[in-house]
Ligand binder design. Structure first.
Ligand code: HEC
Ligand code: HEC
Length: 497
């Protein structure tokens, strides 16, 4: 038998069963059978509108109200998120910038030591510098940075950070100029500098004190040069005596070494391992050393020279104390003296090796300092200045000079930042152009234009005056000096011949 009829037979049987079921189920409820829920009458409205329904509705109302309030509130906090993030980023930037500004240390590996020259929080400071014209070791004044944004805008500050200042101790920091700081690090430093700016009133209030300080400094110029000459004379003496002192150091080092090797034999009253005779001999060596090696001439050896003094007491095993006041065993003290001879030799060796050259340079510097002291190129005749430009009022003339010295001289007077030994005539020209020989009158025939220029400063690529081309290097002073003071400076500059 084939499968076909069999399958048809089964299909027919199922079809019949299905039809029978449908016919039977369509006949409605029958007694004794449970009524299906959808056919049974349900609860009445009275039954349904009970407390439970009310509670549910109240809950729904509250939930909707909550959403109606919470969503906008949530939205409002969302809009500030970007600003908050920016603020957080800025705080972090200031923090990283501050680290860059500080000295490098194991705790602060990202430090680049701006603070060493510009002072804590950028109050200003100085840097060691050898003035190329006199050869004198000087301190080059480093400007305050806690007011730099009153002088320069972001881009101008960034420019100086990248390129530094040629001919001054300010190094180039940007990678573009071969420095170590990338763009982002520069951003951070700039953020930090912004965070330490003093309020404008404070900047304005500082003007008078600066003027007084400049006038006092000028009054002390001769004394300051005299001190430089005294120091240089001592330096020259130290260089000249270096070969002699080196010989003493080497001889006494050998002698002390010998004494220490045989120091255990003989009477040792204080039982410290150094015989009484050795202690006496060490004292004699120390006396010779202090007299012949030590010199107050060069500041660097002053401290060391004091360490050449050693007086041992044969009856006391701890004759000396260290810097903290702790007693030092005599044996250790004697070894310290031996080590001191070693460092003296190390310091003197290079000076002796190039003695003729170093001496000639020191002599030349001394001559230059003498000349600077005689020439007094920095001098200003206030009586004459008052007569010619300030209606005979010497106080006004002094203030005008003081304002120029405090604000302009570092860029417009040669050598001004390097101190009086290096300073030329006011306005003789440095990073900024010379303003002498009536230059300001040529550039600004109308003094109102002169005033306007100092008020705003130069702008990169923008012409000024008769033939000036700004590079944005000249700061504007309108935010830190009053109009009256600016006009005094203008008058002072127009007096420079
Ligand atoms: C070795 C000393 C030294 C160090 C280190 C140094 N500076 Fe300077 N900086 C100077 C001197 C000096 C000047 C002024 C140069 C001049 O007389 O024209 C200056 C000028 C500036 C100026 C221009 C300000 C103006 O008004 O002319 C800025 C900005 C500045 N420094 C920022 C920095 C920052 C930021 C750092 C650290 C990354 C730094 N400096 C490190 C010495 C230093
Ligand atoms: C940070 C250095 C700096 C300081 C500080 C500075 N100047 Fe200048 N000044 C310049 C430079 C640089 C120029 C040339 C313009 C330029 O390069 O942007 C200039 C140009 C000038 C000129 C135009 C000179 C010419 O012949 O073209 C005058 C006038 C002048 N400065 C006056 C002042 C006065 C006044 C002050 C103080 C209140 C002052 N400067 C402070 C750097 C400085």
């Amino acid at each position: 038998m084939s499968l076909g009829p069999f399958a048809v037979a089964i299909a027919v049987v199922f079809l019949l069963i299905g039809l029978a079921y449908l016919a039977n189920s369509g006949r409605g409820p029958r007694p004794g059978r449970e009524v299906p829920p959808n056919l049974a009458p349900f609860l009445t409205d009275e039954d349904l509108e009970n407390k439970r329904l009310n509670k549910t509705l109240v809950a729904a109302l509250f939930l909707s109200a909550f959403l109606a309030v919470a969503l906008p509130v949530y939205f409002l906090t969302e809009t500030g998120r970007q600003a908050d993030f920016n603020e957080l980023y800025e705080e972090e930037a200031v923090h990283v910038g501050e680290n860059i500004f500080q000295e490098q240390s194991p705790d602060n590996p990202e430090g680049f030591g701006c603070i060493a020259c510009h002072g804590a929080e950028g109050v200003g400071g100085g840097a060691d510098f050898v003035d190329p014209r006199t050869g004198a070791s000087v301190t080059w004044a480093a400007p305050s940075l806690n007011d730099v944004f009153y002088r320069y805008d972001d881009e101008e500050v960034r420019f100086w950070l990248i390129w530094g200042r040629q001919g001054s101790p300010m190094p180039a920091w940007g990678v573009e100029a071969g420095g170590p700081l990338n763009d982002q690090q520069l951003d951070f430093v700039i953020e930090y500098l912004k965070s330490i700016q003093i309020p404008q009133e404070e900047a304005l209030a500082a003007v008078d004190a600066k003027v007084i300080a400049e006038l006092a400094s000028l009054a002390g110029a001769d004394a300051s040069i005299a001190t430089a000459i005294t120091d240089q004379t001592a330096e020259l003496a130290a260089v000249s005596s270096a070969p002699e002192r080196l010989r003493w150091a080497e001889d006494l080092e050998a002698l002390l070494d010998q004494v220490l090797q045989g120091s255990s034999s003989g009477l040792d009253t204080d039982l410290d391992g150094l015989s009484d005779d050795s202690e006496t001999e060490i004292n004699r060596i120390s006396e010779l050393a202090f007299a012949n090696i030590g010199t107050d001439a060069t500041p660097a050896t002053t401290v060391a020279a004091n360490r050449l003094i050693l007086v041992l007491d044969p009856e006391n095993p701890f004759s000396t104390v260290d810097e903290t006041g702790e007693p030092v065993p005599d044996q250790t003290a004697a070894e310290g003296l031996l080590a001191e001879f070693g460092s003296q030799i190390l310091a003197l060796d290079p000076i002796v090796a190039n003695n003729a050259g170093i001496k000639a340079t020191a002599e030349e510097t001394l001559i230059n300092l003498d000349k600077a002291g005689e020439a007094r190129r920095f001098a200003v005749d206030f009586g004459e200045l008052a007569e010619s430009h300030f209606d005979g009022n010497e106080e006004t003339a002094k203030r005008a000079y003081g304002l120029f010295a405090a604000n302009c001289a570092r860029c417009h007077t040669a050598g001004f930042s390097a101190g009086w030994v290096a300073t030329f005539e006011p306005g003789s020209g440095a990073m900024g152009p010379s303003l002498r020989t009536g230059r300001a009158l040529v550039q600004f025939p109308d003094d109102e234009d002169h005033y306007e220029f100092i008020l705003k400063g130069s702008v990169n690529g923008q012409a000024y005056g008769v033939n000036g081309i700004g590079r944005g290097w000249m700061p504007g002073f309108g935010t830190v000096l009053t109009e009256a003071d600016l006009r005094l400076i203008v008058d002072f500059e127009r007096s420079l011949r």
